[in-house]
Design a protein around this ligand. Structure first.
Ligand code: 5AD
Ligand code: SF4
Length: 425
């Protein structure tokens, strides 16, 4: 979601003839589009701002702008704490950014603009996309779930789904401009449409999109176990274009912790859903988000999380240590177990998941997959990097003119987090 917004900020700036500058030292304007989901994201921004203090002293005309979730949450406090910041704008003020920048340039005054809800649809703003063949498509904004640890509903507002007709039109336009892969975005895509009268639900939206000719791959993030259902699995199973990858955040395995997190499902329901996925789509991949160290989590609760990890055998998991966020409900729980204990659980979780990821990737050696070539590999610039429909990264040798195309690749070896392949000629 953050990257999606960044593409719009860049798109707006390009519309007003700004040029992208690779080297920060040469930039006239630096925009931070921030995240605040964990404290580490806040710390990264504060570190970067610290580094820029000296640069700004030497180059007083440099304009530093801070937007996004942290800006929405901290507001005025940012201007007070960091004299080097010129502009603060919230998550609902992206459209206004060029005007705020103009105001700063013309008046020399520092500017702040924060709104509590959007009065425009960000999807209608120009976008400067990283890849010509792949695009994010936001199907809804905000979130109504109020998981007790999470700051997102406070900084992004209530759920608001975009009418399906608008989404379908946007996707058709993208396809006619050369896009072959789209990723639908929403904090809880499975509750898409619940706030709209007489519109499609999520599986029906998926089905309509899967009928757009020229579109090769449709992905979606993020699913929520509370609203995820069999209809969605069935639609994915029936369409070649819908990627057989499900990102279904677990967060925790213990019913007590899930209740304290206000997640709205129990361990058994989660296990049933993942079983249903594997039954209906045996080659599907399932990834997840897991948090350890929630204030009410005991060792016994943590073992329930490990039990789900063992049973589901996720292809991959994003793992986090609970980070208290100001203003959220979880702040009221006593967060009194030691950092050492949290680290110990985190380490055990990562070790277990890494061995499962390796085991699942090993099973793919000798098989062949369609891979959408995205770029050069980050690990080895001589190699290309692409993704299978199951969202596995595959590195292989090939010519750079394959970037943006779907090729067939034999898997010859596997690491826990990526595969190594050979182009099938
Ligand atoms: N602390 C740690 N992790 C968090 N997440 C969200 N809020 C917090 C928090 N306060 C994690 C969840 C979510 C992912 C995007 O970030 O696992 O699914
Ligand atoms: Fe946060 Fe929960 Fe909404 Fe996800 S579903 S954005 S974790 S409140």
């Amino acid at each position: 979601m953050n990257k999606y917004d960044s593409e719009r900020i860049a798109g707006l700036l390009c519309k007003y003839k700004a040029q992208y500058e690779e080297n920060t030292q040469n930039a006239d304007v630096i925009v931070f589009n921030t995240c605040t989901v964990r404290e580490s994201a806040d710390d990264r921004l504060f570190g970067q701002l610290g580094n820029l203090r000296g640069v700004k002293e030497e180059k007083p005309d440099l304009i530093i702008a801070v937007g996004g979730c942290l800006a929405q949450s901290y507001g005025e406090k940012l201007l007070l704490k960091f004299p080097q910041i010129d502009i603060v704008f919230g998550t609902h003020n992206i459209e206004r950014f060029p005007y705020l920048l103009k105001s700063r340039i013309l008046t020399g005054n520092r500017v702040i603009e924060l709104k509590n809800e959007s009065t425009y649809d960000i999807s209608c703003l120009p976008s400067s996309r990283e890849k010509s063949f792949s695009a994010w498509v936001s199907i809804m904004h905000g979130c109504n779930n109020f998981c007790s640890y999470c700051i997102v509903p406070y900084v992004r507002g209530r759920q608001s789904s975009r009418p399906s007709s608008q989404i379908i039109k946007e996707v058709k336009n993208l396809v006619s401009s050369g896009v072959i892969e789209i990723t639908l975005l929403g904090q809880n895509v499975n509750s898409y449409g619940k706030d709209l009268a007489d519109d499609l639900n999520f599986p029906k939206l998926l089905k309509s999109l899967s009928e757009i000719s020229g579109l090769k791959r449709i992905r979606f993030i993020t699913s929520h176990p509370k609203d995820f259902n069999s209809e969605t699995i069935k639609v994915v199973a029936e369409s070649e274009r819908l990627c057989n990858h499900f990102h279904l955040p677990l967060q925790a395995g213990s019913n007590k912790v899930l209740k304290d997190m206000n997640r709205g499902y129990k361990k058994d329901k989660y296990l049933r859903l993942t079983e249903e996925i594997y039954n209906m789509i045996p080659d599907a991949s399932i990834t997840t988000d897991i948090m350890v160290g929630f204030p009410t989590e005991t060792e016994k609760d943590f073992l329930e999380t490990l039990d789900v990890v063992e049973k589901v055998k996720f292809d991959n998991a994003f793992t986090f240590i609970y980070s208290p966020r100001p203003g959220t409900k979880a702040i009221k729980f006593n967060n009194n177990f030691s950092h050492k204990e949290k680290m110990n659980r985190f380490k055990r979780l990562v070790e277990k998941q890494t061995s499962i990821s390796q085991m699942k990737n090993d099973r793919l050696i000798g098989k062949s997959f369609n891979v959408l070539v995205e770029d050069f590999s980050k690990k080895d610039k001589e190699m290309l990097m692409g993704r299978t429909k199951t969202n596995k990264i595959v590195n292989f040798n090939g010519d750079s003119n394959l970037i943006g195309r779907i090729v067939y690749v034999d898997i010859i070896s596997a690491k826990a987090h990526y595969l190594i392949g050979k182009l099938k000629l």
